[in-house]
Design a protein around this ligand. Structure first.
Ligand code: PLP
Length: 417
């Protein structure tokens, strides 16, 4: 099937939810992808942070083949040996004590919100005032289901589906005074992405996170961190919050956990776990033997890659800073480890740069209109970064000249009208 016929069929048959790039991908190996015409792409987006081990990793393939031949699904009505082993690994690296497995990021986030409401109810069972408000941050992104949307601090995602879950208030990003203003004893949880991903690769500040931890401790509310994009090795530590020396009550993870298969997890403390009983929450598919076996293999490999992620991340960042010094259109370079963003001065320039890079065989994307997002696999090497920097250098020159000429055209048109 050609790209054109796939596009035609999709236009007729699918809900029009995606505006895809016109590339028909066929296979992958390591840090590279190939399209149906045989063009090769250096993958610096890894399926939005999912393919952290690149494509076709031999150990993942071997686990997949082995487990697919034995047992793929059993439902959560029965035991299999992998959930407990995966939970043991995740709790060891997080310092948390309990896990729940589901199928996606948004499902992990929904479960975390339910846990927070349920925990507050258990805590307040002796006639205290209601404690059900949730504080979330401006500019955040937690997923597409109703609870996740309700806590997502970007109106463009929420507004078409209103009314949403009640009881959510938004606090200015990194605004400690605003957090103090919104917080009181009726709050059951403060929700934070340790590094905002869709919101433009923005790390939370240490003073803000410390204050959120202090306030929640003072009333028995929960601090919930969304590490669906920034967790599991992406920043060079197992969890991004480990850079801050703060332990949350709940962490959600997903994207890279099962190396491309759908798997999410909620991690929490023994104390918070007391708020759940059999029948209160569950899933048909979540935590099946195939996904869990692959996730165990992923975590084994991830731990060994952390120093490499830190080293390559530092190098990549220094090179991006070098480009900032050379190109006036670059506003800021942000992020940690291999979760990096480059904010440009216009959405149009960012669009041009992404498209130029694609034409030059490099896949990245644009988030929050003006930010180039880099989420490469953890296995990239210096030579791959050097290639991206070279091509980005050329694309930034081209993109800003196109941006400037568009601006000039617009102002000429305006002065003529
Ligand atoms: C921080 C964060 N939370 C939640 C989600 C939702 O995850 P999913 O698309 O797997 O539902 C995403 C997805 O991009 C994310 O980046």
């Amino acid at each position: 099937m050609s790209l054109a016929s796939v596009i035609r069929s999709e236009q007729k048959l699918l809900l029009p939810t995606y505006d895809r790039h016109k590339i028909l991908l066929e296979r992958g190996r390591g840090v590279y992808l190939w399209d149906a015409r045989g063009n090769r792409y250096l993958d610096f987006l890894s399926g939005i942070g999912v393919n952290a081990l690149g494509h076709g990793h031999p150990a993942i393939q071997a686990t997949l083949k082995h487990q697919a031949g034995r047992l793929i699904h059993v439902s959560n009505l029965f035991f299999h040996k992998y959930q407990a082993e995966l939970a043991a690994r995740l709790t060891r690296i997080s310092g948390l004590k309990r896990a729940f497995f589901c199928n996606s990021g948004t499902e992990a986030w929904e479960g975390a919100l339910k846990l927070a409401r349920s925990y507050a109810r258990v805590q307040n069972s002796n006639g205290h005032k209601p404690k059900w408000r949730i504080l979330a941050l401006d500019n955040s992104f937690h997923g597409r289901t109703f609870g996740s949307l309700a806590t997502t601090g970007q109106a463009k995602y929420r507004d078409p589906f209103a009314p949403l879950l009640p009881g959510v208030s938004f606090v200015g990003f990194n605004d400690t005074e605003d957090l103090r203003r919104h917080f009181d004893g009726s709050v059951c949880a403060i929700c934070v992405e340790t590094i905002q991903g869709e919101g433009g690769i923005r790390p939370i500040s240490k003073p803000f996170l410390q204050l959120a931890r202090k306030l929640t401790r003072s009333t028995g509310a929960l601090l919930i961190l969304d590490e669906i994009q920034c967790g599991l090795g992406r920043t060079g530590r197992s969890f991004a919050h480990q850079h801050y020396g703060i332990r949350p009550d709940i962490v959600t993870v997903a994207k890279p956990l099962a190396a491309g298969l759908p798997l999410g997890a909620i991690l929490t403390t023994n104390r918070v776990a007391t708020a759940m009983h059999p029948g209160m929450h569950g899933t048909t598919f979540g935590g099946g033997p195939l996904t869990c076996a692959v996730a165990i293999q992923f975590l084994r490999l991830m731990e060994g890659l952390l120093p490499h992620v830190r080293k390559t991340g530092d190098y990549f960042r220094s090179q991006l800073e070098g480009l900032k010094a050379r190109h006036g259109c670059v506003r800021e370079v942000r992020g940690m480890g291999l979760m990096l963003g480059m904010e440009l001065n216009s959405a149009n320039t960012a669009k041009q740069v992404v498209s130029q890079l694609m034409q030059r065989g490099i896949l990245i994307n644009r988030t929050h209109e003006t930010v180039l997002r880099f989420l490469p696999p953890y296995i990239i090497e210096k030579k791959h970064i050097d290639q991206v920097i070279r091509e980005l250098d050329a694309a930034l020159s081209y993109g800003s000249s196109i941006g400037a000429s568009r601006k000039a055209q617009k102002s000429t048109a305006r002065s003529q009208s």
